[in-house]
Design a protein around this ligand. Structure first.
Ligand code: UDX
Length: 436
């Protein structure tokens, strides 16, 4: 099929490359000239495993191209995916200006009947707005709007798109359903489930999924607070809970909480939508409160251990919002860094991928080029993101070069027994501390 993707950010670019890999002719369009130049030179503007290779393979194979010219990109498209940003306003609501503008572009440049698929995460009711914009533009062509939310995790996005657990399409016309069935036929032929709903159900289901996952994390962070008070072990509690298939083990890891550009913003947008619909969904705000509290708890722990933070050197391992990404947007690690810096500590951070972004976000943060360097002369090491690389660090060497052998593990990355054997005072999250 001839497909156009508007917006070549994280979701858009991965969508471009993977739809081309499924055999479609895809044009990616973005108004950001620099971004398109970067992509055209064969580089992805962000780190996503497998993306650059796939993108370049499809470009050389002739199925994928990129442009800043909407007229050229949209005219002959059978399906246009809207993958533009929906950033939060100060009220928490999602800003939908880019969605409206993208819809207008489609109306202006389409030279045939076209299916418009929302992929950006949007509040329920957005498709009806998109439809109205398309009608108001008085194009001579027919538009069929549908919702096709993405379920991509950063760091696994290519994999998630090529081997999804399910595909969701919400539509109200057979034309739209038929087109989307054709788009995903290479996947459904291999047994991937395509769930078809009305449009607002698909829109709402996406928010419901992300809010539920965030709730699982915050629930476990609440359990971690209880475990710390009762002397219980939250990791074992998670194992017990996760062995119940109704609960499932994923997203039960307590720590310094969730970040990134999806969960915090989607939760706020979902809460705002609920309010607009006249329903006070207080649970969502409690999920966000528990998430903020998770950072406070780690900061308080560090303060309790080190007493005054002025003139103390704290090593911070992990700066991205989760492992295997360079993304630091709303990273709990950086929120913690800011807190510790505000308290007067010297904070030296290390991250395998996110150093440049972290420096940009928190200029006062000092950076090291490897984990041991960050910890040299430190009074305390805080693990903020659970990169595998940290598990390979020589614990004896680490202890030797720290001033105090103290580790606060905000992600329960280390094995407490190994930390005890190595002679550290070890403070995990929601598990008994080892003080020596
Ligand atoms: C998420 C959703 O998983 C994805 O389906 C959606 O389309 C976009 O948002 P992503 O933001 O890439 O994806 O990250 P994810 O892997 O879900 O992790 C989100 C945050 O939760 C991270 O900060 C992570 O560290 C944290 N997390 C995750 C926990 O604190 N504990 C857990 O048990 C799991």
């Amino acid at each position: 099929m001839r497909i156009t993707v508007i917006g070549t950010g994280h979701v858009g670019l991965v969508t471009c490359a993977t739809l081309a890999a499924l055999g479609h002719d895809v044009v990616g369009i973005d108004s950001d000239d620099e971004k398109i130049k970067t992509i055209r030179s064969g580089r992805s503007p962000f780190h996503e495993p497998g993306l650059e290779e796939l993108m370049n393979r499809e470009v050389s194979g002739g199925r994928l191209s990129f442009t800043t010219d909407p007229a050229e990109a949209i005219a002959e498209a059978e399906v246009v995916f809207l993958c533009v940003g929906t950033p939060p306003k100060t009220s928490g609501e999602a800003s939908l200006v880019a969605v409206e503008n993208a819809a207008r572009l489609v109306a202006k440049h389409a030279s045939r009947s076209v299916v418009v698929a929302e992929k950006s995460t949007v509040p329920a009711g957005t498709a009806q707005r998109v439809k109205r914009v398309l009608e108001l533009e008085r194009s001579a062509h027919e538009f069929h709007v549908c919702s096709n939310p993405e379920f991509l995790r950063e760091g696994h996005a290519v994999e998630d798109n090529l081997h999804p657990e399910r595909i969701l399409v919400g539509a109200e016309s057979d034309v739209a359903f038929e087109a989307m069935r054709r788009v995903y036929e290479p996947l459904t032929a291999k047994g991937v489930r395509l769930i078809e709903t009305d449009i607002q159900t698909a829109e709402l289901a996406k928010h419901a999924c992300n809010a539920f996952l965030a709730m699982k994390i915050s629930y476990m962070n609440g359990i971690a607070r209880l475990c710390e008070r009762a002397g219980a072990d939250v990791v074992q509690v998670a194992e017990v809970m996760g062995s119940d298939s109704r609960i499932a083990r994923e997203f039960l890891n307590a720590g310094i909480g969730y970040g990134g550009f999806c969960f915090p913003k989607d939760l706020a947008a979902f809460d705002a939508l609920a309010r607009q619909l006249g329903y006070d969904f207080g649970l969502l705000r409690e999920v966000a409160r528990l998430n903020d509290e998770a950072i406070e708890v780690v900061a308080a722990k560090v303060k309790e251990i080190l007493w005054n933070l002025e003139e103390k050197h704290i090593a911070l391992w992990g700066l991205s919002f989760k492992p295997n990404t360079s993304d630091t947007r709303l990273s709990p690690a950086l929120k913690l860094a800011r807190k510790l810096l505000d308290e007067g500590a010297r904070v030296v951070g290390y991250d395998p991928e996110a150093l440049a972004n972290a420096k940009n976000d928190v200029p006062d943060l000092e950076l090291a080029n490897d984990p041991l360097d960050a910890a040299r002369g430190a009074h305390c090491l805080v693990v903020a993101t659970e990169w595998d690389e940290f598990l390979g660090v020589d614990l004896a060497k680490l202890k030797e070069l720290m001033v105090y052998p103290v580790v606060v593990d905000g992600r329960n990355l280390f094995d407490p027994a190994a930390m005890k054997d190595a002679g550290f005072s070890y403070y995990p999250t929601g598990r008994p501390a080892i003080i020596q």
